[in-house]
Ligand binder design. Structure first.
Ligand code: SF4
Length: 318
């Protein structure tokens, strides 16, 4: 009689996250920095895959790009220099339900974090690792990084670096149990987006190197490749990362590359060829995953865990 329905039920509307649900603090990178484009793509991937912000975590180390977690409205861990991957591995060990992104730079990952980098690839725990490679230590004002090209000047090598740079993709392709290895560029948003999305959809550790512009210190490094698309080698394959024809035709250099062929992937990854390959180098969907082992027993009650520990200890009784 008061307008109340007898069969009143609470109607639960499906939840839809919009872009703003992933947008954190205003990014404070330099104008034109490639990090902005990567942030944009990660937010769009999260929105399009409807990742729950409260079940998504972004982990980083130290460096310009490692400010990333502050700019996402998700959980985040801005960690210690070079230690993003062990932190992310720890999170994955306990929380198989979370979506994990790791953001690291060339100094963070390929210098102080190298040991963690190698073993994280080998462990192949489910997470998306973005290496934002601008060939320089930007946050600490332009020191030579492991990927700085020879003869490039920096504050630590004012007459030009005399070190042979590390090749991150070649390194990862040499680590046993690598399962997803891709490369993209920050200045092609569709390819950047598709690569991050494919990496996130892969079950296992996806390693994505993003060639990232640093207009403040290394503006010339990728300028030529940005202006002249013949400097890019677009890798395509039905199992790879593909753009619609209308977008991919801007790349004059294209190659059909089967991402299950690791020998060919290693040849393509060599950086002395004079072109920058983009796309999926290698994919092994059935690679062993250490997080499947560490997740064992997570659903056990406290009493079951104590019983299991006691049973294990009993085996050592003499
Ligand atoms: Fe980006 Fe370079 Fe500025 Fe750092 S120094 S925020 S990498 S443009």
């Amino acid at each position: 009689m008061y307008g109340l329905k007898k069969d009143w039920v609470l109607e639960k509307k499906p939840r839809v996250c919009v872009l703003e649900d992933y947008m954190g603090a205003e990014a404070r990178w330099c104008p034109g920095c490639g990090d902005h484009a990567v942030l944009n793509s990660v937010q769009r991937v999260a929105r399009d895959l409807q990742l729950a912000p409260e079940r998504t975590v972004v982990v980083s180390g130290i460096g310009c790009s490692s400010r990333f977690p502050h700019y996402m409205k998700t959980y985040g861990f801005h960690g210690l220099h070079g230690r993003a991957l062990p932190v992310a591995s720890g999170i994955r060990s306990r929380r198989p339900d979370l979506d994990i992104f790791v953001v690291t730079g060339d100094g963070d990952c390929c210098a102080i974090g190298t040991a963690h980098w190698i073993h994280a690839i080998r462990y192949n725990m489910n997470m998306t690792v973005l290496l934002l490679d601008n060939n320089i230590y930007g946050l600490t004002k332009a020191q030579t990084s492991p990927t700085t090209k020879m003869t490039e000047r920096s504050n630590t090598h004012p007459r030009g670096s005399f070190f042979v740079p590390i090749e991150p993709i070649s390194v990862v392709l040499g680590i046993p149990n690598a399962s997803f290895v891709a490369q993209t560029v920050d200045w092609n948003p569709p390819h950047l987006y598709e690569t991050i999305r494919a990496g996130h959809e892969h079950r296992g550790l996806s390693f994505i190197r993003i060639l990232q512009r640093c207009p403040h210190y290394t503006s010339h490094v990728f300028a030529e490749a940005q202006r002249d698309t013949s400097r890019i080698l677009y890798m395509r394959h039905p199992e790879g990362i593909n753009l619609p024809d209308a977008m991919s035709k801007i790349f004059k250099n294209q190659v059909e590359h089967d991402p299950s062929n690791i020998s060919e992937a290693r040849d393509l990854a060599r950086e002395d060829a004079g072109v920058l390959p983009i796309g999926l180098f290698y994919k092994k969907p059935d690679a062993l995953r250490y997080d499947e082992v560490t997740a064992e027993g997570l659903k056990m009650s406290a009493a079951e865990k104590i019983e299991a520990i006691n049973n294990a200890l009993d085996r050592f009784m003499v």
